[in-house]
Design a protein around this ligand. Structure first.
Ligand code: HEM
Length: 307
């Protein structure tokens, strides 16, 4: 076998790499002789992935419900990875910010369009049966959804709408106590914190509290505001910020609400949700009025938010 200059160069680089860690290159090269080839199914853990559904009933559409939630959580994870890249960029500018926002937009556009699977994809009579075995679990307990919100904006913009002006002078830990989902998740019947919320807080309270601290002044909105005035007025960046804000806070919540309406709305009295909220008055974006980047919208747009 001919040892070409390219092979020699690669060996040299390997030698340097292993030397730096006090390792013997020969031993690693010999390891390669015994190493198995990598296969697709192992690389993406296909067996684990397709066996991650454990329905609580034998009702066939429950699988669709579980898989679609899992798909959504993977998109949430992609979104968090993208946000992380923006927040960690050492020299953030409008061009990079816009490019990453476009990926976030693609993820939430896919989620918004594919929600049709939930709106029309399951037989209501099947859904209304298997949902009873899920209590008190609810998508409300999606921690990644909460993480996306906390990493996207200042805490004040997540405070329940009617308390926002009074909370403006509070610090972000105090504001966190007024976050819309803590305030909104009161049991439709008793008016107390829902069991779904209490269990969510038991599991994630510490993690979310420290995340809220971590993202104070270090979130998408704060990063935008720290750009130069010139960069902040970049039309492509402003358009991308608006699209992302609209998708996460209006369009996705609206298709989600549509699916709640399809399965849970009843003339007279709505069917109780598994998370126990008064969902008809809790979920609509025009009531929640969450806006990640308020300063880029005009008064009229904010006034008509979610309508
Ligand atoms: C038939 C399908 C669905 C119905 C009927 C439905 C219903 C509801 C209801 C009624 C709530 C309010 C909390 C409660 O009382 O339970 C809620 C919250 C939530 N659901 Fe769903 N959901 C569906 C599908 C999904 C999917 C596929 C996801 C994806 C992860 C999801 C994620 C969420 C999130 C993140 C919240 C919290 C929203 C907020 O706090 O504004 N849901 N859902």
């Amino acid at each position: 076998m001919e040892i070409t200059p390219k092979i020699q160069e690669l060996l040299q680089r390997l030698e340097e790499k292993y030397q730096m860690e006090g390792q013997q290159m020969e031993t690693y090269l010999e390891g390669l002789v015994y190493n198995n080839y990598l296969d697709y199914w192992d690389y993406i853990h296909l067996e684990a992935l397709i066996n991650l559904q454990h329905p609580r009933t034998d009702i066939p559409d429950e699988n669709i419900f579980i898989i679609y939630h899992q798909i959504t959580e993977l998109y949430f994870k992609l979104s968090l990875l993208e946000i992380d890249q923006i927040l960690k960029h050492p020299k953030l500018d409008a061009v990079y910010f816009t490019a990453k926002l476009k990926r976030l937009i693609a993820y939430f556009t896919n989620l918004t369009h594919s929600f049709e699977i939930m709106v029309n994809g399951m037989a209501p009579e099947q859904f209304l049966k298997f949902r009873l075995s899920l209590l008190p679990a609810s998508g409300f307990q999606s921690v990644q959804y909460r993480m996306i919100e906390i990493a996207s904006t200042d805490m004040i913009n997540l405070v329940e709408h009617p308390f926002r002006s009074e909370c403006a002078v509070k610090n972000s830990s105090e504001q966190y106590e007024f976050i819309y989902w803590k305030k909104g998740a009161t049991d439709a019947a008793s008016g107390k914190k829902t069991l779904t919320l209490r269990r969510f807080e038991e599991k994630y309270k510490e993690q979310l509290t420290s995340l809220a601290k971590h993202h104070e002044g270090h979130n998408l909105y704060a990063k935008f505001k720290s750009l130069s005035a010139d960069e902040q007025s970049n039309p492509a960046l402003l358009a991308a910020l608006k699209e992302y804000d609209g998708l996460v806070n209006v369009h996705w919540p609206n298709v989600h609400l549509k699916s709640a309406g399809r399965y849970l709305a009843k003339p007279g009295k709505a069917i109780a949700a598994t998370g126990g909220t008064n969902w008809e008055s809790y979920l609509p974006p025009k009531i929640q009025r969450r806006v990640f980047f308020p300063s880029i919208w005009d008064e009229q747009e904010l006034e008509n938010w979610g309508k």
